[in-house]
Design a protein around this ligand. Sequence first.
Ligand SMILES: [Zn+2]
Length: 222
Amino acid sequence: MKQEKPRPWRRDPTKRVSGEPGAIQAVALLDLTIYLQHRVFHAVPLLWRFHAVHHADNDFDVTTGLRFHTASILLSLGVKLGATVLLGASPLAVLVSETALNGTAMFNHGNVRIPSGLERVLRWLVVTPDMHRVHHSVEASELGRNFGFNFPWWDRLLGTYRSQPAGGHAAMTIGLAEHQAETRQGLAWMLALPFRRPADAERAAGSEGTARRRGNGPASIV
Ligand SMILES: [Zn+2]
């Protein structure tokens, strides 16, 4: 019978190594990683160019939650792989984390209005559409808030929480100021956006008229 070569780097996924986080801790830590990654995407100019494709959407709905540049998806995949290895997260924790992340990204970009009493309770447990909509405001002071995707706690703990947009949900302007006039944002436009010079974007916006200001009020779910 062929003897299997010893592979010290290979771990038995059914056995927990001492010091490794349990599944619940690992899910929370992977979510903290996503929160920190999101802040870095906003803080580093090169990374912002790619993340801006997500923010350039002048509407806020479920499709916004799917709209990420290929490069930022690949980068995020690398960050999540690295965090999984460093944490020693179990396959179960990764499965739960990824499933929750995909589900909540659809939920918290939803163009819906949840009854205020329910929403106030819900936002202690999960990032709600009202909470995340603040992050999609054209106003810099709101764009730099509410980075969480899954759990709402990191923003509250790390000082980036803002409960409501100053202009109210119905009147606030969604998107980026320099792309308000871009009413047709096709696939090629989105893929090329990170490689456009800021001056090109401003010129394009200026030639197409002044920035549109309009209400982006959410639809009621009741
Ligand atoms: Zn963002």
